[in-house]
Design a protein around this ligand. Sequence first.
Ligand code: EPZ
Length: 430
Amino acid sequence: MDRIRIVGGNKLNGVIPISGAKNAALPLMIASLLTDDTLTLENVPHLADVEQLIRILGNHGVDISVNGRRERQGESYARTIHFTCRNIVDTTAPYELVSKMRASFWVIGPLLAREGKARVSLPGGCAIGTRPVDLFIEGLQALSANIEIDGGYVNATAPAGGLIGARYTFPKVSVGATHVLMMAATLANGTTVLGNAAREPEVADLANCLNAMGAKITGQGTSTITIEGVRSLSGARHRVLPDRIETGTYAMAVAMTGGDVILEDTDMALLDTALEAIRRAGAEITETNSGIRVVRNGAGIKPVDIVTDPFPGFPTDLQAQFMGLMTMAKGTSHITETIFENRFMHVQELARLGAKISLSGQTAKIEGVSRLKGAPVMATDLRASVSLVIAGLAAEGETMVSRVYHLDRGFERLEEKLTRCGAHVERVSD
Ligand code: EPZ
């Protein structure tokens, strides 16, 4: 199994190209199930989660071709992928596939909207929390779907004439349930109004793509989304938006090590709150023609308190990385996680590097230390593992991160991007 070896202490200087967003690419790919025409997605990151979803969609009958010639984009490769689902050949998403990646549960929306039925395995819990699917079920029931849960599967059927548009207000903000209800409602009879919808940029990206396919969606990016059902959707060509979590992660890495890096092909507006927190921690952040420049020279890291929240709040997907940064702040900071109940698994691993962190309920208290010391650590989930990389970049000596398959789920060519900026990071295969 691969491991990542980091020898800390180098500042980061150079250019890091930002990839297309994993969390936008996944729902966009699933949207290809809504049409018998070709959906072409540009700027798709090359990640384990994307490859897994390609397998899942293939199972439902989506014909997928990846552009042989990879389009060059800075140092990264952004792929263009064509998805064509002439016929849905299977409306079942089996446990073996859904259990590997929670987002594959989202096929329930398009399958139900296009075929009138879907049998999708419950995703089960995962390392960061129980993550139930009650909001998906309640929302689809509001669109008149009949739902039964049996043997670990959700069996959903639409009325004979198809799903029926309705008004549904989410009792809690959910990115996935907003994606699914929005996709399902595009082909429903009549108009659907989703209240308390997720405002994440990835939701707006999906809505924009669906509109390019002929859907009639308004209000994306706000908490009320209106979807006027249409009879069918066509193909489209759409570019996946930049990965704001990858952007924030590298910005925090620079704030941690010091240095001067341009994050290319990204957009400050996607992560205002996180960038503001990094600024308060002592980095200078400015907009450039091609992206964002992050600089930290001289001044030490200042402690900053944050609370995670749905967009536009501080993203839970950057919480672990920010904690990595705060381990070396000059003072004490507090980080409160409000989205997932078990997203502090990086705490114990950061402690192995010398961090001083104590937990009280959903709040971590981080007492900054003047130095971290490299150690063997274990990745536990995608974002937790990259927080160990950030800490390892600033630690003295060698940090060896095992279970890097977590990193490969969401960070494209991580070691290459960091190495080009002067870091000592390499993949070690056993
Ligand atoms: C998306 O997950 C992201 N995944 C997550 O990123 C991200 O952490 C999360 O949104 C929050 O921003 C993708 O986009 C593929 P939610 P999702 O439904 O949609 C509860 C990463 O590292 N909830 O917004 O699954 C849920 O348990 C991943 O890239 C219910 O109670 O998250 C959580 O507490 C990890 N019932 C909260 O809502 C439901 O039916 C928000 O979850 C659904 C969710």
